[in-house]
Design a binder for this molecule. Structure first.
Ligand code: NAI
Ligand code: MG
Length: 480
């Protein structure tokens, strides 16, 4: 039987009984049949979320009680960690150890925001004698969340946990390419005592279920993670109903390496930043900006790494798994062709692996494109695959100029032993996060995350995420 939707605390088929197939990208075979949510299903889910928002069991519950349920969810995710990691690895293709990390990070989101549920405080504002003014941070209401396939359980938890902590209810639409662990998350939440309707999970197609949700007149907020193109489309739909949006749209994040950096540590960091999850990461470090003096030494280290990486099925825990789909694989291949035509030099990878045992899956080799110029398409466009564009610079000003010459601005890394160089880059770079001599931080649950420029707006993760899920009511009282 097909995996069913989660609406109003129940597992149900789609209103028209429709389903779709979900593939394991490691083998190209069908992993599961999943109910395909319709517009009518979305409408039911939004109504259920609205009712739960008004009910004593959630919207009216004590904040500490919300936190308690969320702690139970965190624990239940940990109890089922291995099962969830296996499922994520099959569904998305990612190496098992990455999937294990993702599951722990998902648990961590619930834990972090559980602790916040009873600490969402307002202020008093001094107005002088006879007046008391105070603010209350109320839940924004019914939250719609549309997530991608690259980190389903992590990104699902990243949006759901702060929304629940704030007292909101959620309708979550996972991506059609990898919807499985989001459904498990919904199931776990129900088992942990989350009231019906507080978290609905509706797998379905973007243009149907996704668009029905984004344009629904009775949602109060929308969190979207995915492509710029669809982000703009859903923001327009939400705008019709004056619904605010958090948009996380990916990037072309630079790792800037100065010649004085520890090149062994740097090579490891730079390689991981691009090859983790086969480069299908919004914050992937997909541009390497390296100081000319260090170019040959760093690129030779990266070549060695890229060529020694084992590519294989996610559940065999290789160094790198497959690309999510045939379509995405062809996009990646297309970009390598474009890079070659533009004059870039492929120093590692550049093709599908020849290993016959991998023929059914959607594999691509870890790829380095050297001699990339800053304005080439491979330096400007998000490839979303294991392809690193390598650009050489001569001095600090040039490095910053090239780094900022992008429509994106999600993350930047800077690698140097010189504190002055590090701090100058940190202050002049136009990105939402900057890492010095590291890249990413174990999921970064605690750290505000979001874009400058076309990487999006609004912040997820950390305490700043709560701004999207609360609205401020100001109360002014005159007394005699
Ligand atoms: P996408 O933007 O189409 O998909 C993301 C989510 O949006 C999915 O849940 C999808 O069902 C939904 N969606 C698609 N069309 C929709 C519509 N008309 N209305 C409402 N929802 C809709 O991303 P896709 O096609 O999977 O990947 C294309 C490119 O997007 C990638 O190559 C990559 O560059 C970028 N991307 C960025 C991500 C990030 O983490 N920022 C994640 C996934 C993709
Ligand atoms: Mg799409």
């Amino acid at each position: 039987m097909a995996e069913q939707l989660i609406i109003d605390g129940e597992r149900v088929a789609a209103s028209d009984a429709g389903t779709f197939d979900v593939y394991d990208p490691s083998s190209g075979k069908v992993l599961a049949e999943v109910a395909k949510a319709t517009r009518a299903d979305v409408d039911r889910a939004v109504k259920s979320a609205r009712a739960a928002l008004e009910a004593k069991t959630w919207g009216g519950a004590a904040p500490a009680e919300r936190g308690r349920i969320m702690i139970r969810i965190a624990q239940a995710i940990r109890d089922r960690a291995e099962e969830l990691a296996m499922l994520e690895s099959h569904d998305n293709g990612k190496p098992l150890r990455q999937a294990r990390t993702d599951v722990q990070v998902a648990a961590r989101y619930f834990e972090f925001f559980a602790g916040v549920a009873d600490k969402i405080m307002g202020r008093t504002i001094p107005l002088g004698p006879g007046l008391l003014d105070y603010t209350v941070r109320e839940p924004i209401g019914v939250c719609a969340q549309i997530i991608p396939w690259n980190y389903p359980i992590q990104i699902g938890a990243r949006g759901v946990a702060p929304a629940l902590a704030a007292g909101c209810t959620v309708v979550l639409k996972p991506a059609e390419d990898a919807p499985m662990t989001a459904l498990r998350l919904g199931e776990i939440a129900m088992e942990c005592g989350l009231a019906p309707g507080v978290l609905n999970v509706l797998p379905g197609m973007g243009p149907e279920a996704g668009a029905a949700l984004a344009s629904h007149p009775d949602i109060n907020q929308l969190t979207f993670t995915g492509s710029v193109e669809v982000g703009i489309a859903v923001a327009k739909m939400a705008a019709e109903n004056v619904v605010p949006v958090v948009m996380e749209l990916g990037g072309k994040s630079p790792n800037i390496v100065f010649a004085d950096a520890d090149l062994d540590v740097t090579a490891q960091g730079v390689a991981n930043a691009i090859f983790q999850n086969a480069g299908q990461t919004c914050s992937a470090g997909s541009r390497l900006l390296v100081e000319r003096k260090a170019h040959d030494a760093l690129v030779s280290r990266l070549n060695d790494r890229a060529k020694s990486m084992r590519v294989g099925p996610g559940v065999s825990d290789p160094d790198m798994g497959p690309i999510i789909s045939k379509k995405q694989l062809e996009t990646v291949e297309g970009y390598v062709r474009i890079g070659r035509d533009e004059g870039a030099e492929v120093t590692a990878g550049g093709a599908r692996p020849s290993d016959a045992s991998l023929a059914g899956g959607f594999y691509f080799q870890p790829t380095l494109l050297d001699r990339v110029a800053p304005d080439m398409r491979v330096a400007q466009e998000e490839i979303f695959g294991p392809v690193l564009a390598i650009i050489t610079f001569d001095d600090l000003d040039e490095a910053i100029e090239i780094a900022n010459r992008s429509q994106y601005g999600l993350v930047a890394g800077v690698w140097t032993r010189d504190i002055n160089k590090a701090m100058t880059v940190a202050s002049r770079i136009k990105t939402g996060q900057v890492y010095v001599n590291t890249y990413g931080a174990g999921g970064g649950v605690e750290l505000p995350f979001g874009g400058y420029k076309k990487s999006g707006y609004g912040r997820e993760k950390g305490l700043d995420a709560l701004a999207s899920y609360t609205q401020i009511k100001n109360v002014c009282v005159r007394f005699a």
